[in-house]
Design a protein around this ligand. Structure first.
Ligand SMILES: *[C@@H]1O[C@H](CO)[C@@H](O)[C@H](O)[C@H]1NC(C)=O
Ligand SMILES: *[C@@H]1O[C@H](CO)[C@@H](O)[C@H](O)[C@H]1NC(C)=O
Ligand SMILES: *[C@@H]1O[C@H](CO)[C@@H](O)[C@H](O)[C@H]1NC(C)=O
Ligand SMILES: *[C@@H]1O[C@H](CO)[C@@H](O)[C@H](O)[C@H]1NC(C)=O
Ligand SMILES: *[C@@H]1O[C@H](CO)[C@@H](O)[C@H](O)[C@H]1NC(C)=O
Ligand SMILES: *[C@@H]1O[C@H](CO)[C@@H](O)[C@H](O)[C@H]1NC(C)=O
Ligand SMILES: *[C@@H]1O[C@H](CO)[C@@H](O)[C@H](O)[C@H]1NC(C)=O
Length: 340
């Protein structure tokens, strides 16, 4: 009897709520549907415009003008309005967008840990190492939209108080292929390009070969590691001495050299800085330049990573004599003796 009573009494109370909920859901659904249709239309009509509008829409408009900024800085600051969380007290702190453009084994992993040691920096790793994300320019731009709107989550994503957000991008991950659209995107959205290259391309080559060998050999107790945090691990990895094909050596060094020069040229209209791994190792003031470039409050940057190849090059290559012979008298000869 009681059960019936409850049923009778509660039904009139419940149904308006259920109805209201249903209506709300329906309205939400309609809203989304119209929104997505209009996006689709805009997308097919003009792709460039679609992205432009979307990023601007996400900006918190009321924040513009709240920070004390110079006119020249305005294109580079943003007030993202993430869909996945609220920026709380930092909603009107300006955020700058950046991308670390580099090549494998150029110190970019180490460099990124340095940047991420800054409490206001979120550098989200090598997000385009996943092939699906770089299959075509639409997926590349969509991924970047998500990262720059602070809606991308990695272990490096910080709290709501990020002042600079970005990721690292290898030149061979769709960057060179789609450079034109990417440069347009960078310029349209004020993305700062941070080039990080290695001067000693011979050392880089050795690191590439050793890292590639370790993918199969897994020298550290059966796990492959590209970066290490202890001298013991570094020593184990450095034990492997690759053999370098002396015939291909010069053409490969040349190609690497040309690729980085080309990349800098492609991006010459963007706001950019070119850094070299060796320079940062030798001169920590370069990290100050970098923070000024990103207009970050200055911090001492730290990394826990340990360099793998520290010994002189001659003891790190199996066929050192061949390598020496091949490089003597060429513009790459200095690579033989450089410390880093
Ligand atoms: C797309 O928009 C850009 C910039 O507003 C414009 O230059 C271009 O002509 C447009 N393209 C098409 C196909 O409408
Ligand atoms: C781009 O690639 C994604 C997969 O990442 C795919 O879903 C989408 O259909 C592709 N778009 C075009 C225009 O080819
Ligand atoms: C950096 O982060 C701290 C703590 O989260 C915050 O108080 C500060 O406002 C942030 N600075 C900038 C420039 O966003
Ligand atoms: C590998 O495993 C051995 C035995 O479990 C351990 O003593 C050693 O520290 C490990 N080495 C590394 C580099 O992790
Ligand atoms: C070096 O590479 C070339 C081209 O792939 C190959 O023909 C040659 O046999 C290689 N030399 C050695 C010593 O492996
Ligand atoms: C960028 O490079 C192109 C091609 O070499 C050149 O025409 C252009 O003047 C350069 N622009 C700037 C701003 O340096
Ligand atoms: C270190 O870098 C700074 C900034 O780039 C530069 O001004 C300075 O001359 C460098 N010092 C040395 C010893 O190279």
């Amino acid at each position: 009897m009681e059960a019936v009573d409850t049923l009778v009494i509660k039904t009139p109370k419940k149904s308006p709520l259920v109805l209201r909920m249903a209506f709300l859901l329906f309205a939400t659904f309609c809203g989304f549907y119209i929104y997505s249709m209009s996006l689709k239309q805009m997308n097919s009509r003009n792709k460039t415009k679609f992205i432009n509008i979307k990023v601007l829409d996400h900006d918190v408009q009321s924040c513009h003008g709240s920070a004390d900024l110079q006119q020249t800085e305005l294109p580079y600051v943003h007030y993202p309005n993430p869909q996945t969380f609220r920026r709380e007290e930092c909603a009107c702190n300006p955020v700058r967008y950046f991308a670390i453009l580099s090549m494998q084994r150029s110190g970019s992993g180490w460099f990124e840990t340095l940047l991420n040691s800054h409490m206001n920096v979120s550098s989200n790793g090598e997000i385009f190492s996943v092939r699906d994300r770089r299959l075509n320019i639409s997926s590349i731009l969509k991924t970047m939209d998500q990262v720059y709107n602070l809606d991308w989550f990695t272990s490096a994503s910080k709290n709501e108080c990020s002042a600079a957000v970005g990721f690292k991008w290898m030149l061979n991950q769709g960057l060179m292929e789609h450079h034109q659209e990417i440069v347009e995107y960078f310029n349209r959205n004020g993305v700062a390009a941070i080039f990080l290259f290695r001067r000693n391309l011979l050392r880089r080559m050795i690191s590439v070969l050793a890292n590639s060998y370790d993918k199969d050999a897994k020298l550290l107790n059966g796990t492959h590691k590209s970066h290490v945090h202890s001298p013991v691990e570094a020593k184990i990895l450095a034990k492997y001495k690759p053999k370098i094909n002396a015939t291909l050596l010069i053409p490969e060094l040349k190609q690497t050299d040309e690729t980085s020069a080309k990349a800098i040229q492609y991006f010459n209209t963007t706001y950019h800085i070119v850094l070299y791994y060796e320079d940062i190792i030798k001169n920590r003031t370069k990290l100050k330049d970098l923070q000024e470039f990103l207009k970050l409050p200055y911090r001492e940057l730290k990394s826990l990573q340990v360099k793998i190849h520290t010994a002189p090059l001659s003891s790190q290559v199996d066929n050192w004599d061949d390598v020496q012979t091949a490089l003597k008298g060429t513009s790459y000869e200095t690579f033989l003796n450089a410390d880093y």
